[in-house]
Design a protein around this ligand. Sequence first.
Ligand code: GLC
Length: 733
Amino acid sequence: MNNQKHPTKQKHELQVEELLSEMTIREKLGQCVMIEPCFCVAERVSEQFGESYTGTDDPEFLSMLLEKYHIGAFLFGGASQIGDGSAEAWASYIGRVTQHNQKTRLKIPMMYGIDAVHGVNFMKGSTIYTHNLALAATWNPTLTEQYAKTVGAELSALGFNINFAPTIDTARDVRWGRVYESLGEDPFLASQIAGALVKGMQSAGNLAGCAKHFIGYGESRNGMDRTQADLSDRVLLEMHAPPFEKAIEEGVLTMMVNGADVNGVPVPVSKKLLTGLLRDKLNFQGITLSDWEDVERLYSRHKVVTNRKESLVRSFNAGLDMNMAVCNIGAVDSMEEAVQEGLICEQRLDQAVRNILLTKFKLGLFDAKPVNISDAATRVGNAESKAIAKQLALESITLLKNENEILPLSKRSQSILITGQSAASKRHLCAGWTLGWASAKEEDLDCETVLDAIKSIVSADTSITFAATAEELKALKVSPSDFDVCISVISEEPHAEWVGDSMDLSLEQAEQDILQASIDTGIPVVMVSMIGRPLKMTWVDENVAALLWIYSPGTEGAASTAEILFGDANPSGKLPISFPKDGSQVPCVYNARSYQSDEIWTRYEPLYEFGFGLSYTHFTYSNLRVPNRVKVGENLEVIVTVTNSGQRAGDEIVQLYLRDQFATVSRPLKSLKAFSRVSLEPGSSETVTLTLTPADLSLYDEELNFVEEKRTIDVLVENLVSEFSIEGSYTKS
Ligand code: GLC
């Protein structure tokens, strides 16, 4: 066992011990409380202390927070804005708070956290990227890492050092309003993208990522946000833990905790999950952070404590290091009482503060340079960020239907009818968490709409007619011969969190109306879905000629959409999530545990399946080579040849699934275990090697030991099937 710790880590640990020994109880407690200054002022919490402050900059206000309460971290909620919302305003505010913090006795640097979940999405002029579900649809960890690195650099240039991202929950129920923020239904794909996001975001070393929301948030009992989840240990380990394991492997520095009740215990007070699973089994070393006021909700919502002080005590003793207390500055007083009463032991307090201080040392905060405001301003909406955002949109866009290959359209089409209010909307392109918690104001975004992008890509002779609503369209009294094609852009009101929960997955009425009116014209309809997650598309699939899912593609997404519609680019996105036929077919996931049987209703029959996506060209697979056997502990190399047998260049995502022929426990119908994106010119081929590790071949046995059980396994790549056997013996971990 190499107990030679990394010299830097050793140095930081010594510095932490030295600092810890100088700190008072109150100073330690202040490190464990994260406050939202804008909310404090808006809620006039200072009046509880007999004072009233003019604003977040008020020196008296900052003195109260930093010197009296020793608060060690600020966050800024989705609705908060500093000054005019510019880079200069944000960077200079953080600079002023940092300066004020120099008045404190120990000058322990502050952490500043915010949600930059699809770009620096709280700041005007910043590039807004597509959301996480579309990142997963690119199946491109390399590009994803580049995106995260770019966003991380822009965010830390402003002075922030925690990004409350990535959301890495596996979404196992599409009724959930946050599916668009997730990385889809599959733990392996979610892990690969999660790892890339953490690695990219933390690559500069001065910004902490925040893996969220540990654990089981994406599979509540009825799909609604934050309602109870009853998940077996097996489901937690097989379907929800892998992305968090990967984030931890990539060194994620903070972990935000799911505030909901999982198996009868809200996670913030679940010692089994916060300490037993997260620390002891998954070996997470960083800061555990509550979600917004979730400690308070243990009392106000979950009723698992009889008073507010007990909520602080129970969560802290369960393993929560930092409380996103928002306005509850008094939490420091209550916790100080709890320490004096022996309800919180100093050893646990020191452990939490160690995690926090070690993270601050790792981020270099103790010798951080002052915020460089001009550097911050140059990064806002720069060419690099726009190029990456456009490429992500291009690679995520998924073609779900293309009857008679109506797409791509001709740029020299004579006349095109465009319908749907979202075609002319910027805020629908960006969806939730944009310049606000839910949605930006149209006038605050500066980007092309889909309508703009189509107008600029078609020839000068092409006539474009636009109708935003069903009423407008009906008033045009069009006949089928008037137009070559109708492009109908369908979306949904931007939303965040529980606001987006959908019981029956139906389209919003106005969207249904304009789509129906478009179809009623008798003109062939190409539907462009700007809906961030799967809704019910069965009727759509039966009535449109083509369906292109662009997700919520962000400020650069309109150009990408037009390029794919008119053939300058070839769609290559693959579904990271299944489309159920309707709301009654939920949960509908490709990797449910299942019998291999027809007489029992266990079949997976969605409208569009996980991993599906059409192209303007065609790919054929051949020569699948799989060794007959593999020894326990050894890698297995699978080789396959992919050929572009069509007329256009295109990208294909080679997907490798495993299917246990037999095992000692019930297994998923199949499991994604490797993938690779290849770019092929027409007629060319590529031989792809996909490597499976012993972990890919392992399973949780009946006692939940993770073992490489001897068995025979099918290998599925597109339409090709082979098999191999695992030989040798294994030791139970
Ligand atoms: C919200 C979200 C969480 C976000 C936090 C801070 O409640 O659940 O994802 O990071 O508040 O804005």
